[in-house]
Design a protein around this ligand. Structure first.
Ligand code: NAD
Ligand code: IPM
Ligand code: MN
Length: 368
């Protein structure tokens, strides 16, 4: 049987730096666990714009549609800030999400034991934390029409539209309930039904899907602003959070700090099953291209490496190997190795991006 195929789109800024470490990990699984992948690479974001005048060519889009999974680093950077919206690096990523129909973005926030002291919150608030934010990824205000900057009278007006259909809400709600059944069996749905009609519909549909198909799962609803506060006050009250595209973007960055650093948070963006039964899938860290540290060797590769662990679990049915990789990360952190973003107030000597990748590979070796 052919090896499973991976398309690597490392992107901009620290994207290629952290992806180099993921490639070491992919190589390790090929060499030591008899899990070879057919890996190809291409451009996305600013680097694709530089080469082709577009942040994602049609040819790359077709490749992404045809592989078993896509791994993405990060896109964007100040160099591209003044580009027209249609060719901004971020549009490349949004096109991938939309055309692959990756509606369920799984963003786990897990606090590794060794980092419990390091969160900006008190240790007992985050120790043992394991929550999953499911962000709707293909609709909402990111894609709703009308959008644009228009002239009205003698001034301009910027317009974006929050828009959700019942079926878009229903399918991401099902993803959340399905996942909750494999975890703590609790879902909290977040919107602003108090001020937004799309929130009213969101709550209605989630409630109906729950009653008809998932009554065994505990469901609660929260306004998203309260949700942000509760995430910081007592994050362990949550198991699975399901929310829309924009609220999910904000809430997952906030949740990142519960784990110690944005450089720790992986994600999986999943769509419908393909002919081979695997879901359409793109795996990427939650963080961006970090222009402030790009090229300095300071980037933490763990979010990107843990995104590959999610690929092992959700695309390749290798939950045990995903756990092996997560435990290797845990061991390296427990040994006290830290990239610069994980330096606590007490300081210490940080290791570089490549040293962290090497340490994780060494911990994988030690796991055999
Ligand atoms: P960012 O996530 O790139 O950086 C925010 C802060 O976190 C910075 O101080 C950065 O140094 C730090 N940081 C992020 N990842 C880190 C890592 N792995 N290790 C250590 N420190 C890390 O967000 P930003 O600065 O708001 O955006 C920069 C660019 O990235 C923008 O162009 C934005 O659009 C883009 N972006 C892309 C993605 C993506 O590709 N998925 C996600 C978010 C932002
Ligand atoms: C993320 C990023 C993206 C988003 C940008 C880069 C398009 O912030 O993946 O969280 O807003 O979804
Ligand atoms: Mn974001």
């Amino acid at each position: 049987m052919a090896n499973p195929s991976l398309l690597i789109l490392a992107g901009d800024g620290i994207g290629p730096e952290v992806m180099d470490e993921v490639k070491k990990v992919i190589g390790w699984f090929g060499a030591k666990r008899d899990m070879a992948f057919d890996v190809s690479e291409d451009l996305v974001g600013g680097c694709a714009y530089d080469a082709h005048g577009t942040p994602l060519t049609d040819a790359t889009m077709e490749k992404a549609q045809s592989v078993d999974a896509v791994l993405l680093g990060a896109v964007g950077g100040p160099k591209y800030d003044d580009l027209d919206f249609s060719v901004k690096p971020e549009r490349g990523l949004l096109r991938l999400r939309k055309e692959m129909d990756l509606f369920a973005n799984l963003r786990p926030a897990q606090c590794f034991d060794a980092l419990a002291d390091f969160s900006s919150l008190k240790k007992d608030i985050v120790a043992g934390l394991d929550i999953m934010i499911i962000r709707e990824l293909t609709s909402g205000v990111y894609f709703g029409e009308p959008r644009g900057i228009f002239t009205e009278g003698n001034e301009r007006v910027g317009i974006n539209t929050q828009r959700y259909t019942e079926s878009e809400i229903a399918r991401v709600a099902r993803s959340a309930f399905e996942l909750a059944r494999k975890r703590g069996n609790k879902v909290c749905s977040m919107e602003k039904a108090n001020v937004m009609e799309s929130g009213v519909l969101w709550r209605e549909v989630v409630t109906k899907i729950h009653a008809e198909e998932y009554a065994d799962v505990e469901l609660s609803h929260m306004y998203a602003d309260n949700g942000a506060m509760q995430l910081v006050r007592n994050p362990k009250q949550f198991d699975v959070i399901v929310t829309d595209n924009l609220f999910g973007d904000l809430l997952s960055d906030a949740a990142a700090m519960l784990t110690g650093s944005l450089g720790m948070l992986p994600s999986a963006s999943l769509g419908l099953p393909m002919a081979n039964g695997r879901p359409k899938a793109l795996y990427e860290p939650v963080h961006g291209s970090a222009p402030d540290i790009a090229g300095t060797g300071k980037a933490n590769p763990i979010a990107c490496i843990l995104s590959f662990a999610m690929a092992l679990r959700y695309s390749f049915d290798k939950g045990d190997e995903a756990t092996r990789l997560e435990e290797a990360v845990n061991k390296v952190l427990a040994d006290g190795l830290r990239t610069a973003d994980l330096m606590g107030p007490e300081g210490g000597t940080p290791i570089s991006t490549t040293e962290m990748g090497d340490a994780i590979v060494a911990a994988l070796d030690a796991s055999l």
